[in-house]
Design a protein around this ligand. Structure first.
Ligand code: MG
Length: 380
């Protein structure tokens, strides 16, 4: 399998490299793209010997080109698009963060390259366009997100599906009061009980916005109306998600929490291989599985996401951009955790929704909302 990784130095990217290393005969890495973590990129070049490397800045590209004269070194957005368009690839993993994933994903689709997609924003921002184009081009979009990977494995006949059940660990504040959440520090918020992830997604997991983004993601990936998507809090994170069929049968995918398994699944699909996880699942060790309803009073961001998703158009773009900027402000100590919700809600209320937007309108709205969100700080 000839593959490329867009976002090889991030949390998902590094775990994907571990998966690939475990199966050196199976994979051939065509290109890797990282940001500006040159130390990590250098390590990965030596490990994977890719033909092309893409970094964020021209300066770092020049530096790397000198050090590795035999490798083709690219940079910036165009570099990512070129890598994603390279028909040598049989599959690409898009694990860059934020809106950076959108254009390369579309480029891969246009070139009939299957996409293992770990970038939520691509679907939250432009799910209608991306999925329609993928269908037209016969390109597979394989979800890396553990919940969607689980649903993908549980789905057989889509016509017979009654609903999708997406599980949520509940994050670090599941058993806390609203007051605790309002006064939460950055440190407490970054302390996730089950998953070790990047900072942005860890904050989103604490507000349950991550689950909200995943609901929108699931709506697009599996073409499922929002009324048929249920979020269930499951603190052990053993059941990764489930599908209920019209006859009342429920099929769930289980396993100990690990991103290696869903990453590997998307890279080797439709085949399964023995992989990096040597720990086999044990029901007895898992012990008990608990489930509860999410508390929307404590986690109103989840409500916002259902609302934005149901409204469609540019509303999810605005929600995503406002939330992301607000999360950065929280991480910088400029606003409280609760204000992430308040600001995002305000940005959504002030937005005049545009239905069936073009990619240009989506990207324009993204930039506008980010500026407007940052301006909220000056007004304070
Ligand atoms: Mg997830």
């Amino acid at each position: 399998m000839k593959i490329s990784i867009l976002g090889s130095t991030g949390s998902i990217g590094r775990q994907a490299v571990e998966v690939i290393q475990k199966m050196p005969d199976y994979f051939e890495v065509v290109s890797i793209c990282g940001g500006d973590n040159i130390e990590e990129i250098t390590k990965q070049i030596k490990l994977l010997s890719p033909k092309n490397v893409c970094v964020k800045s021209e300066q770092n590209a020049i530096r790397l080109q000198k050090e590795f004269p035999k490798i083709n070194v690219l940079y910036g957005e165009q570099g990512l698009i070129d890598v994603a368009s390279d028909k040598t690839n049989e599959r690409i993993l898009v694990s860059v963060s934020g809106k950076t994933g959108l254009k390369p994903t579309l480029a891969a689709i246009e070139n009939k390259i299957d996409v293992a997609l770990a970038n939520k924003e691509t679907l939250v921002m432009a799910g209608d366009i991306v999925m329609a184009r993928a269908k037209e081009m016969g390109v597979k979009i394989l979800p890396v997100d553990s919940e969607h990977g689980a649903i993908h494995q549980c789905l057989s006949n889509r016509e017979e599906v009654e609903k999708l059940i997406i599980t949520a660990s509940g994050g670090p504040f599941r058993n806390k009061t609203i007051e605790d959440i309002k006064n939460a520090t950055v440190e407490e918020t970054l302390h996730h009980p089950r998953w070790n992830m990047g900072k942005k997604i860890t904050i989103d997991s604490a507000t349950l916005m991550n689950k909200g983004l995943e609901v929108i993601e699931a709506h697009h990936l599996f073409n499922m109306p929002y009324e048929k998507i249920q979020v269930v809090v499951h603190p052990q994170s053993i059941v990764h998600s489930a599908v209920e069929y019209v006859d009342g049968s429920v099929i769930a995918q289980l396993g100990f929490p690990s991103m290696h398994i869903p990453i590997q699944y998307t890279l080797t699909y439709p085949y399964r291989h023995e992989g990096i996880e040597t720990r086999s699942f044990d029901f007895i060790k898992a012990g008990r599985l608990d489930f509860e309803e999410p508390d929307l009073e404590k986690f109103p961001c989840l409500k916002l996401a259902f609302k934005a998703g149901a409204m469609g158009g540019t509303m999810p773009v605005v929600m995503n951009a406002a939330n992301e900027e607000a999360v950065f402000m929280f991480l910088d100590g400029k606003i409280s955790l609760w204000e992430i919700y308040e600001i995002t809600n305000k940005m959504m209320n002030e937005h005049k929704n545009i239905q069936n937007p073009t990619i240009e309108q989506i990207l324009e709205q993204d930039i506008l909302t980010r500026e407007k969100t940052k301006n909220q700080l000056q007004k304070k």
